[in-house]
Design a protein around this ligand. Structure first.
Ligand SMILES: *[C@@H]1O[C@H](CO)[C@@H](O)[C@H](O)[C@H]1NC(C)=O
Ligand SMILES: *[C@@H]1O[C@H](CO)[C@@H](O)[C@H](O)[C@H]1NC(C)=O
Ligand SMILES: *[C@@H]1O[C@H](CO)[C@@H](O)[C@H](O)[C@H]1NC(C)=O
Ligand SMILES: *[C@@H]1O[C@H](CO)[C@@H](O)[C@H](O)[C@H]1NC(C)=O
Length: 478
């Protein structure tokens, strides 16, 4: 399963309450945020190392040797090369120009060993010149006690280097400026875009591993398109061959972008959300750096970005698509912020007939789907009741990515305008998964057939995918 953080450990619950629930702490934190942000344009939620950046600009006139040409920058076919910083445990994920802070800088998203103290030096390539500056590194607080954590290595852009095309990061102690071959990352987000984006809605699925749930994946991708989604980014570690052919099909169609996601060459990733739940060095296959990368990768390409898992769907209740939903949310809660949709768990553990009063779901629907591995979301239309204790606590978000500095699993660590709960009568999240609370009896579950109002479009679309991708034989689809 893609899904991860549903059995929240107490410390995560506490963390989430800290960020969202306790109004007093939130107000204090916001006050601190504003104060600190005004003072030094950095974010107090993050641990800071290496603040000695009083002289960030050291332009040097180096002729860049030919082997530093763009073709050498990253191994071909690898979108995220994970560059290791020599003489440190640091891994670089990707580099993005940051346009929203007063100081011009490049943000290098990284994974660092939290106990290691490193002074980083940045080598910015501007046309044929290399410029050097000293970085400031911030470790995000959502490391969940793993020894590695996500970090931003912020590299000031020196004057005379308006648009660095590539960047390399070294340890200042290593003195390795003549050995930077293959260590350069492309600096993305060169241009600010504030309207006419190629995509209205982009969804980030972080992290796909050991994945075989083909039927639910196809249903989700077709549902997302019915909702108005144009792009789905999948950070993929491992999957079945059938899953790969579905991903190839959607990549060819232009819907899906697969980002290979494997830290295991460098460290032991955890399969869990805490060291006790899954031993390892880095939280849940590197989910946090994936979410951060996705926000920045689509910041100027997509009007909105949704961060949720493959088995989760945000369904509007009074309108049918996200295109119609978002104007409602902006009017009610304000624009340029993040919207939190309440989680509703639809256990796959039981397949129950609908209440007599309801129009029947396509029970006899699509017998050939039984030849595709995975969950049929149309067969699970009962959810776990919402109780006061957990009401408005578990959620995923849709956000304007340009208002975000650092996303986390649930919500945002740092943003311009914060988040609002979306009233569940306006929209809510449908999470079709294995039942978590095994004490729940089938007769306690509550029917919600909202998904069925999409089924007249969903069923033929899913069949078309099975036909066109060759997953089911042409004459065997019914
Ligand atoms: C990496 O650092 C080691 C010393 O820590 C040095 O011997 C080696 O040459 C460096 N390699 C590169 C590619 O910079
Ligand atoms: C984005 O939404 C607008 C309506 O707000 C629509 O006209 C346009 O076609 C959509 N773009 C894509 C790529 O779907
Ligand atoms: C992963 O853990 C195993 C067992 O603890 C260890 O032998 C191995 O060196 C670790 N691998 C990495 C890349 O750290
Ligand atoms: C599943 O596939 C088998 C072999 O191709 C076929 O005989 C059978 O009819 C299929 N079952 C359904 C329910 O389509």
């Amino acid at each position: 399963m893609l899904t991860s953080h549903n059995q929240l450990p107490p410390q995560l619950k506490k963390f989430r309450r800290f960020v969202y629930i306790s109004p007093v702490i939130t107000i204090l934190a916001l006050a601190q945020l504003l104060w600190t942000y005004r003072t030094d344009k950095t974010f107090p939620f993050w641990t800071q190392y290496n603040q000695a950046t009083s002289e960030p600009q050291i332009p040097v006139q180096l002729t860049v040797p030919q082997q530093h040409g763009p073709g050498q920058m990253a191994p071909l076919g690898q979108k995220v090369p994970l560059v290791a910083v020599n003489a440190t445990k640091t891994l670089l994920v990707a580099a993005y120009q940051e346009h929203r802070t007063t100081k011009k800088e490049v943000r290098v998203i990284a994974v660092v060993l939290r106990s290691e103290i490193v002074a980083y030096r940045c080598f910015l390539r501007c046309q044929e010149q290399l410029h050097i500056s000293e970085a400031v590194m911030n470790v995000h607080i959502d490391h969940f006690d793993f020894v590695y954590g996500t970090a931003d290595i912020m590299c000031p852009v020196p004057s005379g280097c308006e648009a660095p095309s590539h960047i390399a990061v070294t340890s200042a102690a290593a003195n390795s400026e003549d050995k930077l071959d293959n260590k350069f990352l492309e600096v993305k987000n060169q241009k600010v875009q504030s309207d006419s984006f190629p995509y209205n809605f982009t969804v980030c699925f972080s992290t796909m591993f050991d994945f075989t749930n083909v039927l639910q994946l196809v249903q989700s991708l077709e549902m997302l398109q019915l909702l108005g989604v144009n792009r789905v980014i999948i950070y993929k570690t491992s999957s079945s061959p059938e899953t790969q052919s579905v991903l190839d099909y959607y990549t060819h169609k232009g819907l899906v972008e697969v980002i290979p996601w494997s830290f295991s060459r460098f460290l032991n990733v955890s399969h869990g959300f805490s060291p006790s739940h899954g031993p390892g060095d880095l939280h849940y296959f590197g989910q946090i750096p994936a979410l951060n990368d996705c926000i920045y990768r689509y910041m100027y390409q997509s009007r909105y970005v949704a961060l949720h898992d493959m088995d989760e769907l945000i369904l509007p209740q009074s309108v049918n698509s996200w295109l119609e939903l978002l104007p409602l949310l902006e009017k009610k809660y304000g624009a340029d912020r993040c919207y939190m949709f309440e989680n509703n768990e639809f256990p796959i553990t039981y397949t129950l007939p609908p209440p007599a009063s309801q129009s029947p779901p396509p029970q006899g629907c699509c017998p050939s789907w039984r030849n595709v591995s995975g969950v049929n979301i149309l067969a699970h239309l009962f959810h776990v009741p919402i109780i006061t204790k957990t009401h408005y606590s578990n959620f995923k978000i849709i956000v304007n990515p340009r208002a975000v500095f650092a996303p986390s699993v649930h919500g945002l660590l740092s943003s311009k305008n914060g988040c609002s709960w979306v009233d569940r009568t306006i929209a809510r999240m449908y999470h079709t998964r294995v039942l978590r609370n095994t004490k729940m009896r089938p007769d306690q579950l509550i029917y919600d057939g909202r998904l069925l109002s999409y089924s007249t479009h969903l069923i033929p679309n899913v069949n078309t995918v099975f036909r066109e991708s060759g997953l089911l034989p042409e004459d065997g689809i019914h």
